[in-house]
Design a protein around this ligand. Structure first.
Ligand code: ADE
Length: 222
């Protein structure tokens, strides 16, 4: 079973995420264990402070290293991979999700506030960003990564559903249709109604290539 520990100052942000849909089912089926750990509990400060003003001046507060250092020391093992969520990390991709699903123990560290003490970088194995924009903290990013990884854990969803989906083989997904055959003049492509599986497969592959070329040429160039 894969274990994911999420280090956050705002565990309540995860309530809906962990109690709904496929993630909840994966937890209930014991395919994944997800723990929320508030690293404020590891602060040695009398008032459980976790941040302070920046040396050299500037606005905002900076996350201190001590609570995170002690928290990581308490939970990390030889099986752990510690990931910090930060906009200046490597951009998270589907292939990273496949890689991370094979790690026994993921520790996701969510920064918050205006910044963190640079020395925290020395405590982590990798830094990941979910895209080129700045969030208020790493919480949403850690949910994105957890979601993308957990759905790839065997037994969580049907293997076939992710073998054919977008980004595998660097191609976008093919379009899907369901009833009715004609909705206000918008028709389902005839080939999908033909029952000819070879033709259907060829049609879908063609659309995948065309669509990837039109929308995401960068994927084809990889
Ligand atoms: N924290 C703030 N912005 C982020 C981003 N884009 N990705 C990961 N963590 C973040």
């Amino acid at each position: 079973m894969i274990r994911i520990d999420i280090l956050t100052l705002f565990p309540e942000m995860f309530d809906g995420f962990l109690s709904s849909s496929i993630i909840k089912r994966a937890i209930d089926k014991k395919l994944v264990e997800i723990n929320l750990i508030n690293f404020r509990d590891y602060s040695k400060d009398l008032h459980h402070k976790v941040d302070d003003t920046p040396y050299g001046g500037g606005c905002g507060m900076v996350l201190m290293i001590q609570p995170i250092y002690d928290c990581l020391n308490a939970i990390r093992t030889d099986d752990s991979l510690v990931i910090m969520l930060t906009p200046d990390g490597d951009t998270f991709k589907q292939r990273d999700a496949y890689h991370l699903r094979d790690v026994k123990h993921l520790i996701l560290l969510c920064g918050h506030y205006e910044g963190f003490d640079e020395r925290i970088r020395n405590l982590v194995d990798i830094e990941l960003s979910i895209g080129d924009y700045v969030l208020t903290g790493g919480e949403v990013a850690s949910m994105v990564i957890t979601d993308a990884v957990v759905r790839l854990v065997p037994g969580v969803i049907e293997e076939e559903s992710h073998l054919l989906e977008s980004f595998n083989n660097n191609l976008l997904d093919f379009p899907q249709y369901t009833k009715p055959r004609d909705f206000n003049g918008m028709k389902v492509p005839e080939v999908l109604l033909s029952g000819d599986h070879k033709k259907i497969r060829e049609y879908r592959e063609k659309i995948q290539r065309e669509r990837t070329f039109e929308r995401r040429r960068d994927l084809l160039e990889r």
